[in-house]
Design a protein around this ligand. Structure first.
Ligand SMILES: Nc1ncnc2c1ncn2[C@@H]1O[C@H](COP(=O)(O)OP(=O)(O)OP(=O)(O)O)[C@@H](O)[C@H]1O
Ligand SMILES: [Mg+2]
Length: 234
């Protein structure tokens, strides 16, 4: 479904992603792990079209995306739940959700809203409240719901559990599993490697902008380099 080949991404003079390659098959749940500043968010930003790649290719469902804008990637079926949620705090929950449908056909808007409300019933109760008044976990539900409004086939989740109470983390993980069962492919960035490896089928590890390891839970946890990279991080 998604194949990134030798992609590099620069922020001005700084190269944040070096020659990264990865592949995600349809329906897979894949992790992207790495320490602070490893380049995880930059790589996700390049996939969704927020950043241009300086080299390499990004192929999604048979199309080249490395030159695409976010509007084009979203309308082709990719959605991002950004790091830090990035909600519009003084807009209502419902208005935030509707923002997620900006690149989609509007005749399915009501139906998509109802789907999000059935996944996260608390958001229906709080639909008219300002998003900024919700708890961290509820705000994360809004961010995930907003991404789902564009009916994505590939969902990019950038640290969705930061600032979320443990009980709500469990609930959100359950909902993400349901979303996966509906056929949505997922790439998850997560600081807590054990939590990530409980959820994903396999993961790539970024270190200083390069993919240094990849494999399933067992392969990664048995690798001394994995333990070196993540030692003391959690
Ligand atoms: N918009 C930007 N402008 C300039 N430099 C940036 C920008 N975004 C990220 N960087 C730099 O690029 C490198 C990779 O950052 P990135 O945010 O992709 O890492 P990350 O793995 O997501 O880290 P974290 O776990 O802290 O979210 C870092 O050195 C960071 O300082
Ligand atoms: Mg990040």
């Amino acid at each position: 479904m998604l194949t990134v080949t030798n992609a590099s991404v620069d922020h001005g003079k700084l190269r944040a992603v070096w020659d990264v390659s990865l592949h995600i098959g349809a329906g897979e749940r894949v992790g992207l792990l790495g320490a602070n500043g490893a380049g995880k968010s930059t790589l996700m930003g390049a996939i969704i079209g927020l950043y241009q790649t300086t080299g390499g290719t990004i192929e999604y469902a048979g199309e080249q995306l490395q030159q695409a804008t976010t509007e084009q990637t979203v309308s082709r079926g990719i959605a991002l739940v950004p790091e830090g949620r990035r909600l519009f705090a003084t807009m209502s929950v419902q208005e935030n959700l509707i923002m997620g449908a900006y690149a989609s056909r509007h005749d399915t808007l009501e139906e998509q809203l109802e789907k999000v409300f059935s996944l996260f019933p608390i958001l229906k109760e709080k639909a008219r409240q300002n998003a900024g008044e919700l708890s961290g976990g509820q705000q994360q539900m809004v961010a995930i719901g907003r991404a789902l409004m564009s009916k994505p086939r590939l969902l990019l989740l950038d640290e969705p559990f930061i600032g979320v109470a443990p009980k709500l983390v469990d609930e959100i993980i359950e909902r993400l599993r349901e979303i996966g069962q509906d056929g949505v492919t997922m790439l998850l960035v997560e600081q807590n490697t054990h939590r990530a490896l409980d959820f994903v089928e396999r993961a790539y590890v970024l270190d200083n902008g390069r993919t240094v390891l990849d494999g399933d839970r067992r392969t990664l946890l048995d690798d001394p380099n994995f333990n070196r990279i993540f030692l003391g991080l959690e």
